[in-house]
Design a binder for this molecule. Structure first.
Ligand SMILES: *[C@@H]1O[C@H](CO)[C@@H](O)[C@H](O)[C@H]1NC(C)=O
Ligand SMILES: *[C@@H]1O[C@H](CO)[C@@H](O)[C@H](O)[C@H]1NC(C)=O
Ligand SMILES: *[C@@H]1O[C@H](CO)[C@@H](O)[C@H](O)[C@H]1NC(C)=O
Length: 571
């Protein structure tokens, strides 16, 4: 370069001297050729343009001068034709924005003549627009509003003027349009303008093709792929995979039983899309005691005592939240229907009960009212009640549900059977069935339905004469099967009103003991036998009585000395 400059200066000096001495500089030619033309391409005919014939040209000789280096042109000595001797790249020798001219000098001898020759190198569209990068990645938050502008790198084209980048084209897409800012001097800067909001959840990245076109005919193009990577914003709440959750759970399910697994998904990315589960704020303490919700897996398990009888249906509010900085939460209700299990035995309750039943009660008399209860549901709680024994009692269902009355089947007799133990069985219709029993003791109360009965009938007594008056001579006994005062007997000698049997007036009876006292001494010799009646009456109300005949025979004692009827006579 340095060397070329120096020789250039040397030439200038020389030519200046030549001009001043011979005023040899005669004229100026201008040719033009396209760059990149083939070797040997004719630029112009110097001889013809100077008006020289072949012979003169031969005599004077012609050569061209171009600095110290070999010019890209050669002139034919025979015919004066200037042609290209190697490929010329305009962009290599000239500033792309200016007109590219190679200045030559044609030198003729005898006399010395110097002509200026300008060869303009015309631009050929031999360069395509070119982007600095083949791929450009843009990261844009999905929350960015339409109108936002994203500047892109401009394409360059080594060609000049119209052959440089003239316009840009963007592949058809629904989110962006192209805006190009013209800054003059072939500098056009493209930008993307957001027209329609982005949604990462719909499309994660958009691939666009930006094409730069120059003004050639046909135009050359350069492409750049633009990848719009849409960055996540926490704009989606978790969504449950079911519209509603409803499950059936057997009561008494053991601790650890899985009830249900709830599941929610969040379309967002990273922590914005990570879901945690929890009970809602309003979930009551009971639900928390019964169930545990795994915050990560969404599995609900039993941790308490599931009792259908306490609650047959539970509604639990649950929440799914994401872990985004501005957390989004979705609520849902899980309905847990408890299935009854036959875990309650029927309960028998005797609601009304007459403790002592009069033995003369009519058949059908109500002895007790029985109610049965079973906390279970449906068949598990449906109870039948019965008596398993052969007893004079019936269990009759009442109009009211689960109420029975225990009634007498027929007449009873306390003297035969004073107490009954009635075993009531209550059995539910569950599978397997549960039953319970209750024994009811029924005591019969006495009714004065038995007369006193003498131990003998009739009585026959033998007594010796000369009995001591006021002494008990014999005793009567009677029994009464009844009870208490109904069995309390008092004795009484029946005395004829007419006094036909005057003898009874000499007799007395102890009403309590039945002992009979003779008030006088009997004499066999005057009375050998007599008869009277004794009644025994109980103290019932009304009283019952019976009577008996008593036959008394007086026995002889040797109380008389022998009697000589004649001739001795005492008196
Ligand atoms: C640029 O892309 C367009 C459209 O796909 C295509 O027609 C053209 O040939 C591409 N240009 C280059 C230099 O690859
Ligand atoms: C887009 O961004 C995400 C997150 O920053 C990254 O994981 C992914 O590789 C990116 N994709 C492209 C095509 O750059
Ligand atoms: C004695 O008993 C008989 C039958 O047992 C009865 O008819 C009679 O009335 C009774 N006499 C008295 C005084 O109670």
């Amino acid at each position: 370069m340095e060397q070329r400059k120096r020789s250039w200066t040397k030439w200038i000096t020389c030519i200046t001297i030549l001009i001043s001495f011979w005023s040899c500089a005669k004229g100026q030619f201008r040719y033009s050729i396209y760059e990149e033309v083939q070797e040997g391409t004719v630029v112009g005919n110097i001889a013809k343009d100077l008006g020289l014939d072949k012979t003169t040209l031969k005599e004077r000789g012609v050569r061209i001068v171009y600095g110290s280096t070999e010019p890209p042109f050669t002139v034919n000595q025979d015919d004066g034709i200037l042609f290209v001797n190697r490929k010329i790249d305009r962009e290599e020798i000239c500033d792309r924005s200016k007109v590219c001219v190679i200045e030559l000098k044609t030198v003729l001898q005898n006399p010395l003549e110097i002509h200026h020759v300008s060869v303009e190198i015309l631009d050929v569209n031999d360069h395509a627009p070119n982007f600095p990068e083949n791929v450009s990645i843009l990261r844009i938050f999905e929350s960015i509003l339409p109108g936002a502008k994203f500047q892109l790198q401009a394409a360059r084209d080594a060609d000049s003027g119209l052959l440089s980048v003239q316009r840009y084209k963007l592949s058809i897409n629904e989110h962006f349009r192209l805006e190009v800012k013209d800054r003059g001097e072939d500098r056009k800067t493209p930008s993307l303008v957001l027209e329609k909001p982005l949604d990462r959840e719909s499309v994660k990245s958009h691939v666009l093709l930006l094409t730069a076109l120059d003004g050639g005919k046909p135009p050359k193009s350069g492409n750049m792929t633009i990848i719009v990577n849409v960055s996540d914003v926490n704009d989606n709440p978790p969504v449950f995979n079911q519209e509603s959750y409803s499950v059936f759970l057997k009561e008494n399910s053991p601790v650890g039983t899985t009830v249900i697994q709830i599941n929610a998904t969040d379309l967002d990315e990273g922590s914005n899309g990570e879901v945690v589960y929890s009970f809602g704020k309003d979930v009551d303490a009971r639900a928390r005691e019964l169930f545990h919700l795994n915050s990560v897996t969404g599995v609900i398990v039993v941790v308490g005592d599931i009792d259908f009888e306490k609650s047959a249906r539970l509604e639990i509010d649950i929440q799914a939240s994401d872990k985004g900085t501005a957390t989004m939460t979705t609520d849902k209700t899980v309905v847990i229907n408890i299935i009854d299990v036959n875990d309650n035995t029927p309960e028998i309750e005797v609601t009304s009960f007459s403790h002592a039943l009069p033995e003369d009660s009519k058949p059908g008399t109500t002895v007790a009212l029985i109610s049965v209860k079973d906390s279970d549901f449906g068949l598990n709680g449906k109870v039948i009640c019965y008596i398993n024994q052969d007893l004079p009692f019936l269990l009759t269902p009442s109009l009211q549900n689960n109420m029975y009355s225990l009634v007498t089947k027929h007449l009873l007799d306390r003297e035969l059977h004073s107490q009954y133990n009635v075993l009531i069985v209550a059995k539910d219709a569950g599978e397997p069935s549960l039953s319970s029993e209750k024994s009811i003791a029924i005591f019969l109360s006495d009714v004065n339905d038995n007369r006193p009965v003498f131990s003998q009938s009739p009585y026959t007594f033998y007594i010796f004469e000369n009995n001591a008056p006021g002494k008990t001579i014999f005793s009567m006994t009677a029994r009464d099967q009844d009870e208490g005062s109904n069995a309390h007997i008092s004795f009484l000698i029946l005395r004829d009103k007419e006094g036909a049997n005057m003898l009874t007036s000499f007799l007395n009876i102890n009403s309590e003991t039945g002992d009979i006292v003779a008030l006088k001494s009997f004499d066999f010799e005057t009375l050998k036998t007599f008869q009277f009646r004794v009644a025994a009456a109980d103290s019932g109300a009304p009283s019952l009585s019976s009577n008996v005949t008593v036959n008394v025979f007086i026995l002889d004692q040797n109380d008389n000395p022998p009697v000589i009827l004649y001739p001795v006579r005492f008196t």
